[in-house]
Design a binder for this molecule. Sequence first.
Ligand SMILES: Nc1ncnc2c1ncn2[C@@H]1O[C@H](COP(=O)(O)OP(=O)(O)O)[C@@H](O)[C@H]1O
Ligand SMILES: [Mg+2]
Length: 355
Amino acid sequence: MDITNIKGIGPEKAKKLMNAGYSTVESIAFSSPRDLSLDSGIPEETARTIIASAKLIIRSKENTKGGKLVEILSGKDAKKVLQNMDHITTGIKGLDRILGGGIETCAVTEFYGPAKAGKTQICHQLCVTVQLPREKGGLEAPALYIDTERTVKYDHIKSVAERFGLDPDLASDNVFYAYTMNSEALYELVHKNLDEVVQNRGIKLVVVDCLTGHFRAEYCGRESLPLRQQKINRIIHDLLRIAVSHDLAVVVTNQVHSQPDLYGKSENPIGGHTVAHGVTFRLGLSTRKYNMRTVTVVDAPALPPDEAYFAITSRGLIDINPKDLNSKCPIKFPGEGEIREREVESVEEAETVTD
Ligand SMILES: Nc1ncnc2c1ncn2[C@@H]1O[C@H](COP(=O)(O)OP(=O)(O)O)[C@@H](O)[C@H]1O
Ligand SMILES: [Mg+2]
């Protein structure tokens, strides 16, 4: 729906709002009068009336979950909305279980961990699983991958899609892509363009891999810390607004830094309290032997701390059991080892025949 449908918005105001990145009714309904006024130049009082009118439209919409949160709800209605959020399967049963069903929509989920922990791999897998039919744990919708490190591999997306029974070409076409080369570009994209893109394309998963990398590289030294935190805070705030207003899932990745402590050193996620308070679900990844990894629910609104185990394979991430962590070799995707054995057997058979 066009923003000119909102009472009080004529062509001139519409232009100002669109230029400031407020191109959907949702983006206006969920913004604050101060932000709307600062971003668009419309007086704060007018912004207040426009937001109220936008909320009326959102309230009248039938098929919205996050949209219900623009108004005060009775406990009964709140339970209905909050307990019925959609989830996207991670493709790892153990992880889905500790997450209460998968990655929740209308929320921001963070995966943090050291290099090679599997953050980017998880993002690739989710871009596929969000496309699965609902009965298989997906939302039958495309994904947007916001890449800050140039690590996206479409060939890998295809292999994962094949494993989940999707057409590899169609599935990889359904992963929209944006590369942001510095923190300012990331901020602009999230603040100004994201809202319209997710609405127009029907996107149900937005990945930001990695949320904090640019900030870490660009804002060095203690004196720049407040500004860095303020910018990160703003991005998370915008991401949550978009997640709630469009019923979609946002997944961000985060790096860790080592901190010496009494026991040697510990690895803490970047971004301190800003990220910790800003994200809804916080998961930590750690490397184990070979291609095995542990994923831990560190913080979630109503989930106990718990952990699950997986292995990184050429076909994506697969469940492993705790006892597999003692394995003497890397874990293979089911069938991979057997196929090789069958090939060897057939060569031997062929040799026997020629003998
Ligand atoms: N196609 C593949 N098959 C098997 N393992 C892979 C494949 N691609 C990447 N990996 C492994 O995944 C790990 C990197 O995971 P990644 O998600 O990129 O880490 P992070 O983003 O946390 O730094 C590496 O150990 C790498 O060997
Ligand atoms: Mg990565």
